[in-house]
Design a protein around this ligand. Structure first.
Ligand code: TYD
Length: 140
């Protein structure tokens, strides 16, 4: 999916396979199109929980399922799609101005997010109507 303002794409990180266990690493600016300013993770998520439900004005993120699985529903203002994350080395890059919702967490799932900026509530767009207005203002 690719629009004038927002897009998502899958990112696959290196995996060092070893009988002692697999190792994956990530370098900001190398494997990701931004330097990592913040890492946060979701855990103890009830299986019926719904997370997200917002877009960002500037923030870029890559989302991983470090354990278990969950669904991310994507809305760029024109098209919708959905992704299932379940492989710890495969993340979903989400640019600015993408509406995302996350649900269907498996029991014990851990979601890790690498973010381009530190936390800033002013960067959130939490109302879908405001999201559509923001897209119109950018000419999408
Ligand atoms: P929010 O981003 O709305 O969660 P999600 O999109 O996963 O459903 O954040 C939930 C709360 O946590 C909200 O009060 C803001 C706070 N928060 C921080 O203080 N720092 C952070 O880095 C993040 C991601 C959230």
């Amino acid at each position: 999916m690719n629009t004038a303002t927002g897009f998502v794409r899958e990112i696959e990180l290196p995996q060092i396979h070893d009988p002692r266990g697999d190792l994956t690493f990530v370098e900001g600016g190398n494997h990701l199109p931004f330097d990592i300013a913040r890492v946060y993770y979701l855990y103890n998520v009830p299986v019926d929980a719904e997370r997200g439900g917002h877009a960002h004005k500037h923030l870029e993120q890559v989302v991983f399922a470090l354990s278990g699985s969950f669904r991310i529903k994507i809305d760029d203002g024109v098209n919708t799609s959905e992704y299932w994350l379940r492989d710890p080395k495969k993340g979903l890059y989400i640019s600015k101005l993408i509406w995302r919702e996350m649900d269907s967490f498996s029991q014990g799932a851990v979601c890790m997010v690498l973010a381009s900026h530190r936390y800033d509530e002013a960067d959130y767009v939490r109302d879908h109507k405001d999201f559509m207005s923001a897209l119109r203002m950018t000419g999408a």
